[in-house]
Design a protein around this ligand. Sequence first.
Ligand code: ADP
Ligand code: MG
Length: 609
Amino acid sequence: MRKPLIGLFLLFLVLLPLLPTPEFWITLANYIGLYTLVALGLVLLTGIGGMTSFGQAAFVGIGAYATAFLGTRYGLSPWIGLLAGWLLTAFAAYGIGKITMRLSGHFLPLGTIAWGLSLFYLFGNVDFLGKYDGIGGIAPIAVFGMVLDSGRRMYGLIWLIVIACILGASNLLDSRPGRAMRALKGGATMAEAMGVDTAALRVTVFVLAALLASTSGWLYAHLQRAVNPTPFGLNAGIEYLFMAVVGGVGSVWGALLGAGLLTLAKDSLQSLLPKLLGGSGNYEVIVFGILIVVLLQRARDGLWPLLANAVERLSPRPRKTTLATTLTTAPAGAPLAQRDKPRLGERLLKVERARMQFGGLVAVDDMVFTVQAGEIVGLIGPNGAGKSTMFNLMTGVLRATGGRILFGGGDNPTRIDRLPARAIVAGGIARSFQHVRLLPQMSVLENAALGAHLRRAPGEGRGQLGRIAAAILRLDRTEEARLLHAARIQLERVGLGDMLDVPAGALALGQQRILEVARALCCDPVLLLLDEPAAGLRLREKQALSSLLVKLRGEGMSILIVEHDMDFVMGLTDRLVVMEFGRKIAEGAPAAIQSDPAVLAAYLGGIDD
Ligand code: ADP
Ligand code: MG
């Protein structure tokens, strides 16, 4: 959101309790704040991470019950209650996350429904939690001796926490771990190929979302001063999801918008509908259902993008130059560390009878070849020959059904065909994808920066959790500047230097392929695997790519490239490996391959037509 608008909003928040605002409004505002926290977690989970949870209300319940129980039973301070709630929540979310995040498709939502239901019944049936009557007589929170024993007094604490969490979340998304989180939605394959441990990251996002919900529960318990199971059931879980979806799961501010709108709408519908329809009943649920259906038809990304666009139209923002000018210029400190390149001519990659069988189809049939350090090898063959599958075997996307693949020079090469993709890229093999896998809404710069996910400067030693904490607190700016600067250098190299802020999806297909090359270069590889990088490029662009690859070879890079344009391949490569029906049918210098009868036959009519 834009700075002046944030300022206005904050001013409104500050004035609300100071003016003679009716108590009822304060109460509403408090609840909007509580709901925003939960919805914010869902924005991270659903909008950013691509996961759906109906069970967030249960985490709210853990936060509320933990402090209620410890406070009333043992007289412990609410602050200890908060910590205990966080611990319990993190523990529970980690366990559930470990189990359910492995499940794909509908299993995760179903798993969270089961979790939400079981916790609700647990709250309602356990003696020491007061069964369905709950726990009453909860003490108010005290901050620096000030007792927050009314809604008006709680208001400040609630909104301070809400704003801090929104800013923290938006900081997080604009960081190295945040980029990796945003990459989760694009599917695990690309993220893993950039070195992201997607399973662990999903669990982390799940825990973060749960902690936000738990914090909301803690505030709720001390605002309401009593808890019972009702507000933590499945209904509430569904409403939280509504809020996130209505507001817009793509933006942290969508959580606030959704929580605000739904709370206000529910309140007015609850008083209006019974008057219109007579009798009493939860008619608002029906209206909500209809609204959601309409919304999903008309505005899939929720209302926040519509609002943001409207503001944009009223007062267009000057063209954004922030990233390119501030973050990527001359970062302080040492640049990112670079891998040593192996000695020229040393054997780098050895494929030994690699085999990939899909049911009855043998896509890669006992392939044998090597790549020497400082060499450009072309892997060619008709469509369906098995080239991309071969790439997938070398990069851990697919697990070979037979044979071995060895990587690394010297006498001790590593066997990589049993390693996960992220370990292979960590070892120095980076790739591009034939069918581009970019995050279309993310900028060119950030897409490239994803490639640098695993890289660090000498002496930089933060673990994943440390990185996340630093990002939330904005302590990672030097690191981030260094990383973006490295990405920018690669983009300038491939000729995308003046497109840094453009969303990747707005590039022509040829440029998207080039962006894939830049992203792979950001991984700091010693072996670069490029799957048809020149497809869709114009002649001039192909020439530029060709001279870039030659230059990289000069710096000691080894390259394996799949390409159909024979002129391009002939002029560029040192050696060709030709595949057909999964098998190697020829290998040798480009000139010799050009007149090889087996190759000519495979290409039906020759390759120089
Ligand atoms: P190329 O890249 O040389 O055009 P591919 O490696 O993409 O060829 O495909 C080789 C063969 O393997 C094709 O017949 C293709 O249909 C098949 N294939 C590729 N991936 C899969 C998969 N995941 N499941 C089943 N068959 C596949
Ligand atoms: Mg292919």
